[in-house]
Ligand binder design. Structure first.
Ligand code: 4NP
Length: 159
């Protein structure tokens, strides 16, 4: 199961989501690979924002190996599932999605239907990094449950 998490800059939300997903899936014995990407290119090659890394470290996640990349059309053939962290990024992805895309494209918080939110808020400008990470943990847990129960396409056997 190959998952790409997509936000705007790929230095706050999506690298956090990729790392939390990898760690929690591994704890539960679910085979996954995951990366983050941004719809914007401003931070390509950079490590995550220090505030995101710090908040992640408090919760036991190590983001230091993540490097920002921009999402490409080819990603729709490389991944089983592409998850937008908010509706603005979902729109941007829908605009570049090829008609023969293999990847399923969804909103990340579709996997946390009990939350009253659909978007993980952009924390870059004075954001609540702690709250964002809590949302990511909830969404990731829902996503892993969906994979375990076979509710996500591509969730059987592939890594
Ligand atoms: P992210 O946050 O999309 O969660 O990585 C942002 C990071 C950088 C910018 C915007 C959002 N920026 O405009 O540079």
């Amino acid at each position: 199961m190959k998952v790409l998490f997509v936000c705007l800059g790929n230095i706050c939300r999506s690298p956090s989501a990729a790392c939390v997903f990898r760690d929690r899936a591994a704890q539960q014995g679910v085979l996954v690979t995951a990366e983050g990407a941004g719809t914007g290119a401003w931070h390509v090659g950079q490590p995550p924002d220090a505030r995101a890394m710090g908040e992640a470290a408090v919760r036991g996640y190590n983001l230091s190996a993540e490097r920002a990349q921009q999402v490409t059309v080819a990603d729709f053939a490389r991944y089983d599932l592409i998850l937008a962290m908010d509706r603005a990024n979902l729109k941007a992805l829908q605009a570049i999605r090829p008609s023969d895309a293999e990847a399923e494209l969804r909103l990340f918080l579709d996997f946390a239907p009990d939350l009253p939110l659909r978007d993980v808020p952009d924390p870059y400008y004075e954001g609540d990094f702690q709250g964002v990470l809590a949302l990511i943990e909830q969404g990731v847990d829902g996503l892993i449950d969906a994979i375990r129960t076979g509710a996500v396409p591509g969730s059987t056997g592939r890594t």
